[in-house]
Design a protein around this ligand. Structure first.
Ligand code: PLP
Length: 429
């Protein structure tokens, strides 16, 4: 949780942010995460099931830090992983095979093998994204002498009202098996015999959903398909409604993750499928608001009517603005102390185009009103999801440090991506 003390200091996880950075001995840019708030967020989603069989599979792509995954696992989450590396992280963080889902379009053989071989019967389900993939997975299952537990990812043909780049459940999206192709998929599964065991159906309409209706529309579609399947085949073990619960990036978000959960629990029971485990795959909503990126203002440029403030954090650290125009609130690390309204209004602020140091015109966070004179350090809010996980070494930039504020108040620090490692790898070619 980000708050501001009376003296204008940013408080994060109940502690002054500046003192967290000092104690952690990190320079900017640096991510800081509040693990207690992430745990509370996860417990709220888990509790919303009110005893209905469920799996809250945290989408590790949102934040793959061990401290985060362990915190969410302790709060009752499993994990949805998209690669062998994410699977290894989730497993090493204490999530057992029954709490794991593997998804993605072009899964590697190594990831498929690990998913089939884990534990006494493999992971909870491999989400199959195409008919073509069925034969590949069946081949690996036969090679390993086991049955692969699979769930079909269905494209529910629902266009979510979110940014085009993160709408994944409509007919033009590359994800999932179309309804019209399901009969062929069932036929292919039957032909593979004992190698494939269909345990579930699933879908994911998209990310940053700030209303529930499209999610419920897709849920109704999935429940209808599950009933159709069960009319001719063995009962399913799970129905996976996906993730996508939105957060407030500054424009508001009227719905909470538990609103999605209570709605699908009721619909699943109404459909007569109450015995099936309900799976949700939240990423952003568990971690997004509980991470921030701290950056320093390193330069300014004023040209005629334009004013740029250059940060030491750029698209290589936080890609979302450059990738799909996402906006993160940017605030001074230390603002003027809170005063009465008249004094506050008289404090000067100016509009700046806030940019990063990377050699791309798209390396821009947007236009922001910042105090005059400019603060030395700023905070980019709501950067806990799809922040560090999308960071890169572009321009030979080191990956930002990460600081984890544990519930005990203790800090841990990751400096995984220092630039020297990059230089070494380039020179070794
Ligand atoms: C299959 C799948 N599940 C879950 C998620 C998590 O979405 P969100 O972070 O919006 O909850 C994603 C995000 O891309 C996804 O592709």
């Amino acid at each position: 949780m980000l708050d501001r003390a009376q003296d204008g200091e940013v408080l994060f996880g109940g502690r002054p942010l500046a003192s967290i950075l000092e104690e952690a001995r990190v320079s900017t840019p640096a991510y800081v995460y509040d693990l207690a708030s992430m745990a509370a967020e996860a417990r709220d989603v888990v509790d919303a099931f009110q005893g209905h069989p469920h799996l809250v599979a945290f989408a590790v792509k949102a934040n793959s830090a061990g401290a985060v995954v362990r915190t969410l696992a302790d709060a009752g989450c499993g994990a949805e992983v998209g690669s062998l590396a994410e699977l290894e992280v989730a497993k090493s963080c204490g999530i057992d095979a029954h709490g794991l889902l593997l998804s993605g379009m072009g899964k590697s053989v190594a990831a498929i093998d690990a998913a089939i071989a884990l534990g006494d019967r493999g992971i909870f389900a491999i989400q199959v994204d195409s008919i073509d993939e069925l034969a590949r997975i069946a081949g690996r299952a036969r090679a390993l002498g086991r049955a692969a537990r699979i769930a079909l990812r269905v494209n529910p043909a629902v266009r979510a009202d979110t940014h085009a780049a993160i709408a994944t459940g409509h007919e033009e999206a590359k994800f999932g098996i179309m309804r019209a192709d399901l009969a062929s998929a069932y036929g292919a599964i039957a032909r593979e015999g004992a190698a494939l065991r269909l345990v579930g159906l699933g879908g994911h309409v998209g990310s940053q959903l700030v209303r529930t209706d499209e999610y419920f529309e897709a849920a109704e579609e999935l429940l209808g398909l599950a009933r159709e399947w069960e009319a001719q085949g063995p009962p399913l073990e799970l129905i996976d409604f996906g993730g996508g619960f939105g957060i407030d990036y500054g424009d508001g978000c009227p719905v909470r993750p538990r609103d999605f959960v209570t709605g699908i629990v009721a619909r699943t029971r109404d459909a007569g499928l109450g015995g099936r485990a309900i799976v949700v795959e939240p990423g952003r909503s568990l971690v997004g608001a509980h991470g921030l990126l701290v950056a320093s203002v390193v330069a300014t440029k004023v040209a005629v009517e334009r004013r740029w403030a250059v940060l030491d954090a750029g698209m290589s650290d936080l890609l979302r603005p450059a990738l799909y125009g996402a906006r993160h609130r940017i605030e001074p690390l230390r603002s003027a102390p809170c005063r009465d309204d008249a004094t506050a209004a008289s404090l000067r602020s100016r509009s700046w185009r806030v940019v990063g140091p990377v050699c791309e015109s798209s390396d821009e966070f947007g236009e922001y009103l910042l105090p005059d004179p400019l603060p030395e350090r700023v905070v980019l809010r709501d950067a806990g999801a799809y922040g560090f996980t999308m960071a890169s070494n572009y321009n030979g930039r080191g990956l930002p440090a990460e600081v984890f504020v544990h519930a005990s108040g203790e800090l841990s620090v990751s400096r995984a991506g220092a630039a020297p490692a990059w230089i070494e790898s380039r020179l070794a070619t």
